[in-house]
Design a protein around this ligand. Structure first.
Ligand code: NAG
Length: 199
């Protein structure tokens, strides 16, 4: 192998790594940011819905719920249970005060507190996670329960109903374009340096 070939191989490897690291970052989100998981204050009743609307969750991310374990807990429930604040039959219950929920599948996840009456006081969190291509699945409205750490099973329909690209998806694809542009810029810089060295 002569040196241009080696440089080209390195360039390709570098670009691959760059694109890889920029697209596969996963985040751990602290639910509610500064506020711990609990009944929202009357002045900020919708803190959790605002919080989830401000973030774009992806497969591989996780949700960290922090709360005093003697006073609260986290349960994952179905959409129906979420809407009616029925907490008697959760999909998943976590109560250690430092609970991590790992997002492994696309779909909509519903959380509330396992403590009676907290759900009615807006301690509720809905998190929508799009598929890897940025498209959101419709919420499971047929009572199909999402499993722990999972959401919808692969659609049984040959033609799944898919919500059109939402604002969030558009934002994400814009972010992907920025990443690609950055990667392309790097490529130009590296090829430039390579050519200069060649002369
Ligand atoms: C999520 O993953 C972390 C470690 O990566 C683990 O400690 C935690 O128990 C997991 N959460 C659930 C709900 O399985």
């Amino acid at each position: 192998m002569n040196s241009p070939q080696i440089s080209t191989a390195f360039l390709a490897l570098f670009l691959l790594l760059l694109i890889q690291t920029q697209t596969s970052l996963s985040y751990q989100y602290k639910v509610g940011d500064l506020d711990s998981w609990g009944v929202p204050p009357p002045s900020n009743k919708h803190v959790y819905s605002y919080w989830s609307q401000r973030h774009h969750f992806q497969i591989g991310d996780s949700l960290l719920f922090l709360y005093p374990p003697s006073q609260d807990s986290v349960i994952q429930v179905t959409m129906q249970a979420f809407n009616s604040c029925s907490i008697s039959d959760p999909i998943l219950k976590m109560s250690d005060g430092n609970s991590i929920f790992n997002i492994t599948k696309p779909g909509t996840y519903y959380f509330t507190s396992g403590v009676p009456a907290h759900c009615q006081k807006n301690q509720k969190l809905e998190v929508a996670v799009p598929m890897a291509n940025g498209i959101f699945l419709p919420p499971a409205g047929d009572g199909a329960a999402a499993g722990p750490g999972s959401a919808m099973s692969p659609s049984s329909s040959a033609f799944p109903i898919i919500f059109g690209p939402s604002a969030a998806a558009a934002e994400r694809s814009a972010a992907a374009e920025v990443r690609m542009a950055v990667a392309a810029m790097w490529a130009v810089v590296i090829v430039g340096v390579f050519l200069v060295n060649l002369v």
